[in-house]
Design a protein around this ligand. Structure first.
Ligand code: F6P
Ligand code: MG
Length: 448
């Protein structure tokens, strides 16, 4: 069978436990670059209106830079050092050197012969380089249109979710622990399926008013391959028990993934946790610049809150008002760090971003949203499916953590013996079709 999968060079696999997952979808990156070029071109008029001829010149230079990049990518040319002078430039160039040291016979690090995780991250950083080197359009978010559209297309699902949350919080007086647990499971699962990226979690039905994300959950339950939500719940409620008469809420860190519907599902989960006292504080972590098409930046985060406050729908707007209050009063906060837009695996964090690692050590629970975070947690290796999640983390253990992820890339650990094989025989693309999901928990203190 013809395949575009590039094998792992022996020397590479010998240096690591597990072997790298290699580029199996190399057409994806040129397609994204083509869309980026098209978006910049379509905005030429706006650049002119905003910056005059300078804007148009910058548009031309940026397109030429990106067209060259696409050509280099398609012809497997060596990847080049970054030439801008951003705060993360040195870290990127140093990481390239590390990749170079892993290459056999001094071959250059090139687009098809390097780990998929690295080149994919590198492409998004190069898009940024193209813009940063070309003021005055350097602040342009090439993915903004798509993120905005995804938010507006899921209005009905957002309304029904916000309504569900507000009704629970206002109508149930003094909920007991079982009621809270049931709701918690629902909001965790909504946040999970929000990561499906099809912007509606209606399992293929139309995204109309009657389609409630909550109602789809029972149908989707069987697609959750590992469900550790009870452990996540225990980690949160253990703090209640330890707080004496006063219940102590947790500090929860959410490493965000996508803007649009997924972000709203994360905000709903965070609202629930704070409102019922499971969390005293939620810290959101986003990206410093546009990343992997739909990831949340500070601008996306602020824009989303403003849109929700401004909604004509009473319950949706009530959510927005509450969320802005959480931000103002410090129960919620937004953070970014360059590490989230570097190509490093998370087991490198303690050494390469010690400040971030030590901040995360102060957390009671870290929720990692999405597929890319899972790849970075597990190093994107070709692990056996039965390898324990703890082992795949390879020492990354700042605090109890949970990955909430739909499967879109060829890596999955922590399954039961035979589970992966069964899935492969029934559905060969089960790891990449976004249909399956995991809620996978790891607690360093308990497992040591
Ligand atoms: O599926 C393509 C891809 O770029 C993966 O490589 C990546 O892991 C994923 O998309 C991003 O998904 P998510 O937004 O869930 O991190
Ligand atoms: Mg993403």
């Amino acid at each position: 069978m013809e395949t575009d999968q590039i094998k792992t060079p022996q020397s590479l696999s010998a240096k690591f436990e597990g072997s790298f997952a290699y580029l199996t979808v190399r057409d994806r990156l040129p397609t994204i670059l083509t869309k980026v070029i098209d978006t910049i071109h379509r905005n030429k008029k706006n650049f002119f209106e905003e910056h005059g001829e300078e804007g148009v010149d910058a548009e031309k230079r940026t397109i030429s830079f990106l067209s060259k990049l696409r050509n280099e990518l398609q012809t497997d040319k060596p990847v080049l050092c970054l030439a801008d002078e951003a705060e993360d430039t040195a870290a990127w160039n140093e990481y390239m050197k590390r990749q170079q040291e892993l290459m056999e016979d001094g071959q250059p690090v090139s687009w098809f012969k390097s780990p998929w995780l690295y080149v994919e991250c590198y492409m998004y950083r190069k898009i940024q380089e193209a813009l940063w080197l070309n003021p005055p359009i350097n602040d342009f978010d090439v993915f903004k249109e798509g993120k905005t559209q995804s938010f507006f297309e899921s209005q009905q699902a957002i309304i029904s979710l916000c309504t569900h949350l507000r009704e629970f919080l206002t109508s149930v007086d003094n909920p007991d622990e079982n009621q809270l647990y049931d709701q918690f499971l629902k909001y965790v699962q909504v946040s999970l399926w929000g990561n499906k990226c099809d912007l509606s979690i209606s399992a293929g039905q139309d995204n109309s008013q009657k389609t409630s994300p909550i109602e789809s959950l029972s149908t989707l339950q069987r697609f959750i391959l590992v469900d550790d939500s009870d452990k996540v719940w225990s980690a949160l409620t253990a703090l209640w028990a330890s707080g004496g008469t006063e219940k102590r809420g947790a500090r929860v860190d959410i490493i965000l993934d996508n803007a649009g519907f997924e972000l709203v599902t994360d905000l709903v989960l965070a609202d629930f946790m704070v409102s019922v006292g499971l969390a005293k504080e939620v810290r959101f972590h986003g990206k410093l610049f546009p990343w992997f098409v739909s990831d949340v930046t500070k601008k996306d985060f602020d824009w989303t809150l403003s849109q929700i406050v401004a909604s004509n729908h009473r319950q949706m707007s009530a959510c927005g008002v509450q969320w802005k209050r959480f931000m103002k009063e410090g129960m919620w906060s937004y953070h970014d760090h360059q590490f989230w837009t570097l190509p490093h695996e998370f087991c490198d964090m303690a050494a390469d971003a010690a400040d971030l690692y030590s901040t995360l050590q102060g957390s009671d629970l870290i929720l990692f949203k999405g597929d890319l975070n899972y790849r970075k947690l597990t190093g994107d290796r070709d692990w056996e499916h039965t390898v324990p999640f703890a082992r795949a983390l390879r020492g990354f253990n700042p605090a109890p953590l949970c990955s909430i992820r739909t499967l879109k890339a060829n890596v999955q650990v922590g399954l039961q013996p035979g589970q992966g094989e069964r899935l492969t025989s029934q559905e060969p693309d089960w790891m990449t079709n976004g249909k399956y999901a995991v809620i996978q928990f790891f607690c360093p203190r308990r497992e040591q």
